[in-house]
Design a protein around this ligand. Sequence first.
Ligand SMILES: Nc1nc(=O)c2c([nH]1)NC[C@@H]1CN(c3ccc(C(=O)N[C@@H](CCC(=O)O)C(=O)O)cc3)C=[N+]21
Length: 283
Amino acid sequence: MTAQILDGTALSQTLRAEVATRAAALTARGRQPGLAVILVGDDPASAVYVRNKVKACADHGLHSVLEKYEATLSEEALLARIAALNADPAIHGILVQMPLPKHIDPHKVIEAIATAKDVDGFSVHSAGTLMTGLPGLRPATPYGCMKLIERSGIALKGKHAVVIGRSNTVGKPMALLLLQANATVTVCHSGTPDLARHTREADVVVVAVGRRNTLTADMVKPGAVIVDVGMNRNDEGKLCGDVDFAAVREALGPQGFITPVPGGVGPMTITMLLVNTLQAAEA
Ligand SMILES: Nc1nc(=O)c2c([nH]1)NC[C@@H]1CN(c3ccc(C(=O)N[C@@H](CCC(=O)O)C(=O)O)cc3)C=[N+]21
Protein backbone atom coordinates (compact mmCIF):
# COMPACT_ATOMS: atom_id res chain seq x y z
CA MET A 1 0.00 0.00 0.00
CA THR A 2 1.33 3.38 -1.01
CA ALA A 3 0.61 6.91 0.19
CA GLN A 4 -2.53 8.77 -0.76
CA ILE A 5 -2.39 11.50 -3.39
CA LEU A 6 -3.02 15.11 -2.42
CA ASP A 7 -4.77 16.09 -5.64
CA GLY A 8 -4.26 19.79 -6.45
CA THR A 9 -6.41 19.58 -9.55
CA ALA A 10 -9.39 18.20 -7.60
CA LEU A 11 -9.02 20.62 -4.67
CA SER A 12 -8.65 23.47 -7.18
CA GLN A 13 -11.95 22.49 -8.77
CA THR A 14 -13.72 22.71 -5.42
CA LEU A 15 -12.12 26.02 -4.43
CA ARG A 16 -12.56 27.56 -7.88
CA ALA A 17 -16.28 26.74 -7.82
CA GLU A 18 -16.50 28.77 -4.58
CA VAL A 19 -14.54 31.59 -6.22
CA ALA A 20 -16.99 31.62 -9.15
CA THR A 21 -19.97 31.88 -6.78
CA ARG A 22 -18.44 34.75 -4.82
CA ALA A 23 -17.30 36.50 -8.04
CA ALA A 24 -20.84 36.31 -9.42
CA ALA A 25 -22.22 37.85 -6.23
CA LEU A 26 -19.75 40.74 -6.47
CA THR A 27 -20.46 41.20 -10.18
CA ALA A 28 -24.19 41.44 -9.42
CA ARG A 29 -23.36 44.31 -7.07
CA GLY A 30 -21.41 46.07 -9.84
CA ARG A 31 -17.94 45.06 -8.64
CA GLN A 32 -16.67 42.25 -10.87
CA PRO A 33 -13.24 41.20 -9.54
CA GLY A 34 -10.50 42.22 -11.99
CA LEU A 35 -6.90 41.03 -12.39
CA ALA A 36 -4.20 42.69 -14.49
CA VAL A 37 -1.32 40.46 -15.58
CA ILE A 38 1.82 42.05 -17.00
CA LEU A 39 4.31 39.98 -18.99
CA VAL A 40 7.59 41.53 -20.11
CA GLY A 41 9.65 39.64 -22.67
CA ASP A 42 9.13 36.36 -24.50
CA ASP A 43 10.11 33.58 -22.06
CA PRO A 44 7.98 30.65 -23.35
CA ALA A 45 7.33 29.15 -19.88
CA SER A 46 6.16 32.54 -18.56
CA ALA A 47 3.86 32.93 -21.58
CA VAL A 48 2.20 29.57 -20.77
CA TYR A 49 1.71 30.40 -17.06
CA VAL A 50 0.32 33.82 -17.85
CA ARG A 51 -2.12 32.40 -20.38
CA ASN A 52 -3.28 29.82 -17.81
CA LYS A 53 -3.89 32.58 -15.23
CA VAL A 54 -5.94 34.67 -17.66
CA LYS A 55 -7.93 31.62 -18.75
CA ALA A 56 -8.63 30.69 -15.11
CA CYS A 57 -10.05 34.20 -14.58
CA ALA A 58 -12.30 33.94 -17.63
CA ASP A 59 -13.53 30.47 -16.59
CA HIS A 60 -14.61 31.70 -13.14
CA GLY A 61 -16.22 35.04 -13.88
CA LEU A 62 -13.28 37.31 -13.10
CA HIS A 63 -12.37 40.18 -15.39
CA SER A 64 -8.76 40.11 -16.56
CA VAL A 65 -6.42 42.08 -18.75
CA LEU A 66 -3.15 40.76 -20.12
CA GLU A 67 -0.53 43.35 -21.01
CA LYS A 68 2.42 42.00 -22.99
CA TYR A 69 5.55 44.05 -23.59
CA GLU A 70 8.82 43.58 -25.45
CA ALA A 71 11.86 42.67 -23.35
CA THR A 72 13.22 46.15 -24.13
CA LEU A 73 10.42 47.91 -22.18
CA SER A 74 11.99 50.50 -19.88
CA GLU A 75 11.60 50.29 -16.12
CA GLU A 76 10.11 53.78 -16.20
CA ALA A 77 7.42 52.71 -18.70
CA LEU A 78 6.56 49.65 -16.62
CA LEU A 79 6.24 51.77 -13.45
CA ALA A 80 3.94 54.14 -15.37
CA ARG A 81 1.69 51.23 -16.38
CA ILE A 82 1.52 50.04 -12.76
CA ALA A 83 0.56 53.57 -11.64
CA ALA A 84 -2.29 53.57 -14.18
CA LEU A 85 -3.53 50.13 -13.02
CA ASN A 86 -3.28 51.24 -9.36
CA ALA A 87 -5.76 54.02 -10.25
CA ASP A 88 -8.06 51.79 -12.34
CA PRO A 89 -11.25 50.96 -10.35
CA ALA A 90 -11.96 47.86 -12.52
CA ILE A 91 -8.63 46.29 -11.42
CA HIS A 92 -8.35 44.78 -7.92
CA GLY A 93 -5.19 42.73 -8.42
CA ILE A 94 -1.94 43.37 -10.29
CA LEU A 95 0.55 40.60 -11.09
CA VAL A 96 3.87 41.23 -12.81
CA GLN A 97 5.15 37.88 -14.04
CA MET A 98 8.64 37.01 -12.82
CA PRO A 99 11.42 36.84 -13.85
CA LEU A 100 11.78 40.32 -15.35
CA PRO A 101 14.52 41.33 -17.83
CA LYS A 102 17.81 42.22 -16.10
CA HIS A 103 17.56 45.99 -16.64
CA ILE A 104 14.35 46.12 -14.54
CA ASP A 105 14.62 46.04 -10.73
CA PRO A 106 11.94 43.59 -9.49
CA HIS A 107 11.89 45.15 -5.98
CA LYS A 108 11.11 48.58 -7.39
CA VAL A 109 8.33 47.09 -9.53
CA ILE A 110 6.75 45.10 -6.69
CA GLU A 111 6.81 48.09 -4.33
CA ALA A 112 5.10 50.23 -7.01
CA ILE A 113 1.99 48.03 -6.85
CA ALA A 114 -0.71 49.42 -4.53
CA THR A 115 -0.71 47.39 -1.28
CA ALA A 116 -4.39 46.51 -1.67
CA LYS A 117 -3.73 45.13 -5.19
CA ASP A 118 -0.62 43.03 -4.37
CA VAL A 119 -2.26 39.67 -5.15
CA ASP A 120 1.15 37.95 -5.45
CA GLY A 121 1.82 38.95 -1.83
CA PHE A 122 5.42 39.72 -2.78
CA SER A 123 5.68 43.28 -1.38
CA VAL A 124 7.49 44.25 1.79
CA HIS A 125 4.11 45.28 3.23
CA SER A 126 2.53 41.89 2.48
CA ALA A 127 5.59 40.10 3.86
CA GLY A 128 5.20 42.20 7.01
CA THR A 129 1.53 41.29 7.47
CA LEU A 130 2.44 37.61 7.10
CA MET A 131 5.30 37.90 9.57
CA THR A 132 3.14 39.65 12.19
CA GLY A 133 -0.02 37.62 11.57
CA LEU A 134 -2.03 40.66 10.48
CA PRO A 135 -4.68 40.21 7.77
CA GLY A 136 -3.25 40.59 4.27
CA LEU A 137 -2.59 38.92 0.94
CA ARG A 138 -0.55 35.70 1.14
CA PRO A 139 1.84 34.45 -1.61
CA ALA A 140 -0.18 32.04 -3.75
CA THR A 141 2.19 29.07 -3.86
CA PRO A 142 2.75 28.57 -0.09
CA TYR A 143 -0.91 29.50 0.55
CA GLY A 144 -1.90 26.70 -1.88
CA CYS A 145 0.46 24.28 -0.11
CA MET A 146 -1.29 25.06 3.20
CA LYS A 147 -4.68 24.28 1.64
CA LEU A 148 -3.31 20.93 0.38
CA ILE A 149 -1.92 20.06 3.83
CA GLU A 150 -5.24 20.97 5.48
CA ARG A 151 -6.90 18.61 3.01
CA SER A 152 -4.75 15.70 4.27
CA GLY A 153 -6.69 15.99 7.52
CA ILE A 154 -3.59 16.28 9.69
CA ALA A 155 -3.70 19.00 12.30
CA LEU A 156 -0.42 20.91 12.27
CA LYS A 157 -0.46 21.75 15.96
CA GLY A 158 2.41 19.89 17.61
CA LYS A 159 3.70 18.52 14.31
CA HIS A 160 7.22 18.87 12.99
CA ALA A 161 7.35 20.53 9.58
CA VAL A 162 10.51 20.76 7.49
CA VAL A 163 10.73 23.30 4.66
CA ILE A 164 13.54 22.78 2.15
CA GLY A 165 14.34 26.07 0.42
CA ARG A 166 14.39 29.66 1.67
CA SER A 167 13.19 31.77 -1.26
CA ASN A 168 11.14 34.90 -0.60
CA THR A 169 8.36 33.54 -2.84
CA VAL A 170 8.02 30.03 -1.34
CA GLY A 171 10.38 28.82 1.41
CA LYS A 172 10.26 31.78 3.80
CA PRO A 173 6.52 32.48 3.57
CA MET A 174 5.83 28.73 3.82
CA ALA A 175 7.77 28.54 7.09
CA LEU A 176 5.78 31.48 8.50
CA LEU A 177 2.42 29.99 7.49
CA LEU A 178 3.34 26.66 9.12
CA LEU A 179 4.50 28.46 12.25
CA GLN A 180 1.22 30.38 12.39
CA ALA A 181 -0.55 27.00 12.24
CA ASN A 182 1.41 25.95 15.37
CA ALA A 183 3.77 23.51 13.69
CA THR A 184 7.37 23.26 14.89
CA VAL A 185 9.26 24.43 11.84
CA THR A 186 12.75 23.66 10.55
CA VAL A 187 14.02 25.49 7.48
CA CYS A 188 16.71 23.65 5.52
CA HIS A 189 18.65 24.97 2.52
CA SER A 190 21.70 24.43 0.33
CA GLY A 191 23.98 25.01 3.34
CA THR A 192 22.31 22.39 5.56
CA PRO A 193 24.61 19.44 6.32
CA ASP A 194 22.80 16.07 6.42
CA LEU A 195 19.39 17.12 5.13
CA ALA A 196 18.05 13.59 5.67
CA ARG A 197 18.59 13.88 9.43
CA HIS A 198 15.91 16.59 9.46
CA THR A 199 13.48 15.18 6.90
CA ARG A 200 13.44 11.71 8.52
CA GLU A 201 12.03 13.30 11.70
CA ALA A 202 9.41 15.36 9.83
CA ASP A 203 5.64 14.86 9.87
CA VAL A 204 5.38 17.34 6.96
CA VAL A 205 8.01 18.13 4.34
CA VAL A 206 7.63 20.98 1.82
CA VAL A 207 10.27 20.80 -0.91
CA ALA A 208 10.91 24.01 -2.86
CA VAL A 209 14.42 23.69 -4.25
CA GLY A 210 14.14 23.35 -8.03
CA ARG A 211 16.27 20.20 -8.34
CA ARG A 212 15.09 16.68 -9.21
CA ASN A 213 15.41 13.93 -6.60
CA THR A 214 16.13 16.33 -3.74
CA LEU A 215 13.91 14.14 -1.55
CA THR A 216 14.40 10.38 -1.89
CA ALA A 217 12.76 7.32 -0.28
CA ASP A 218 15.43 6.91 2.41
CA MET A 219 14.75 10.47 3.64
CA VAL A 220 11.11 10.19 4.76
CA LYS A 221 9.21 8.83 7.73
CA PRO A 222 6.26 6.49 7.06
CA GLY A 223 2.97 8.37 7.39
CA ALA A 224 4.45 11.78 6.56
CA VAL A 225 2.88 14.44 4.32
CA ILE A 226 5.07 15.48 1.37
CA VAL A 227 4.37 18.64 -0.63
CA ASP A 228 6.43 19.07 -3.81
CA VAL A 229 6.77 22.64 -5.13
CA GLY A 230 9.44 21.75 -7.72
CA MET A 231 8.97 22.25 -11.46
CA ASN A 232 11.72 20.49 -13.40
CA ARG A 233 12.12 18.47 -16.60
CA ASN A 234 13.39 14.88 -16.50
CA ASP A 235 15.60 13.21 -19.14
CA GLU A 236 12.55 12.52 -21.31
CA GLY A 237 11.56 16.19 -21.12
CA LYS A 238 8.58 15.42 -18.90
CA LEU A 239 7.58 17.77 -16.07
CA CYS A 240 8.72 16.49 -12.65
CA GLY A 241 9.07 17.85 -9.14
CA ASP A 242 11.84 17.84 -6.54
CA VAL A 243 10.69 14.52 -5.04
CA ASP A 244 11.51 11.02 -6.30
CA PHE A 245 7.76 10.52 -6.49
CA ALA A 246 7.14 6.77 -6.98
CA ALA A 247 9.77 5.57 -4.49
CA VAL A 248 8.87 8.18 -1.84
CA ARG A 249 5.17 7.38 -2.23
CA GLU A 250 5.96 3.71 -1.57
CA ALA A 251 8.15 4.52 1.46
CA LEU A 252 5.43 6.69 3.05
CA GLY A 253 3.04 3.77 3.29
CA PRO A 254 -0.77 3.93 3.43
CA GLN A 255 -0.94 6.63 6.15
CA GLY A 256 1.19 9.04 4.14
CA PHE A 257 0.22 11.77 1.67
CA ILE A 258 2.09 13.15 -1.33
CA THR A 259 1.44 15.78 -4.02
CA PRO A 260 2.11 14.85 -7.67
CA VAL A 261 3.81 17.06 -10.29
CA PRO A 262 2.00 18.05 -12.40
CA GLY A 263 -1.41 18.20 -10.73
CA GLY A 264 -0.34 19.19 -7.22
CA VAL A 265 0.93 22.60 -6.15
CA GLY A 266 0.88 24.17 -9.68
CA PRO A 267 -2.89 24.31 -10.11
CA MET A 268 -3.26 25.45 -6.48
CA THR A 269 -0.98 28.44 -7.18
CA ILE A 270 -3.39 29.67 -9.83
CA THR A 271 -6.39 28.91 -7.60
CA MET A 272 -5.00 30.97 -4.72
CA LEU A 273 -4.27 33.83 -7.12
CA LEU A 274 -8.00 33.82 -7.94
CA VAL A 275 -8.83 33.68 -4.22
CA ASN A 276 -6.50 36.65 -3.57
CA THR A 277 -8.04 38.66 -6.40
CA LEU A 278 -11.48 37.96 -4.98
CA GLN A 279 -10.32 38.95 -1.49
CA ALA A 280 -8.89 42.20 -2.89
CA ALA A 281 -12.18 42.94 -4.66
CA GLU A 282 -14.25 42.15 -1.55
CA ALA A 283 -12.12 44.45 0.64
N1 LIG B 1 4.67 37.24 -10.35
C1 LIG B 1 4.66 35.91 -10.45
N2 LIG B 1 3.72 35.19 -9.79
C2 LIG B 1 3.69 33.81 -9.89
O1 LIG B 1 2.83 33.15 -9.27
C3 LIG B 1 4.65 33.17 -10.74
C4 LIG B 1 5.60 33.97 -11.40
N3 LIG B 1 5.58 35.32 -11.23
N4 LIG B 1 6.54 33.39 -12.20
C5 LIG B 1 6.56 31.97 -12.45
C6 LIG B 1 5.96 31.16 -11.31
C7 LIG B 1 5.52 29.76 -11.71
N5 LIG B 1 4.09 29.68 -11.48
C8 LIG B 1 3.28 28.59 -11.80
C9 LIG B 1 1.90 28.62 -11.79
C10 LIG B 1 1.14 27.52 -12.17
C11 LIG B 1 1.73 26.35 -12.57
C12 LIG B 1 0.91 25.19 -13.02
O2 LIG B 1 -0.28 25.30 -13.19
N6 LIG B 1 1.51 23.99 -13.23
C13 LIG B 1 0.83 22.81 -13.71
C14 LIG B 1 1.46 22.26 -14.97
C15 LIG B 1 1.71 23.25 -16.05
C16 LIG B 1 2.47 22.60 -17.22
O3 LIG B 1 2.06 21.52 -17.68
O4 LIG B 1 3.47 23.21 -17.65
C17 LIG B 1 0.90 21.69 -12.67
O5 LIG B 1 1.81 21.70 -11.86
O6 LIG B 1 0.05 20.81 -12.74
C18 LIG B 1 3.10 26.29 -12.57
C19 LIG B 1 3.87 27.39 -12.18
C20 LIG B 1 3.67 30.91 -11.05
N7 LIG B 1 4.68 31.78 -10.91
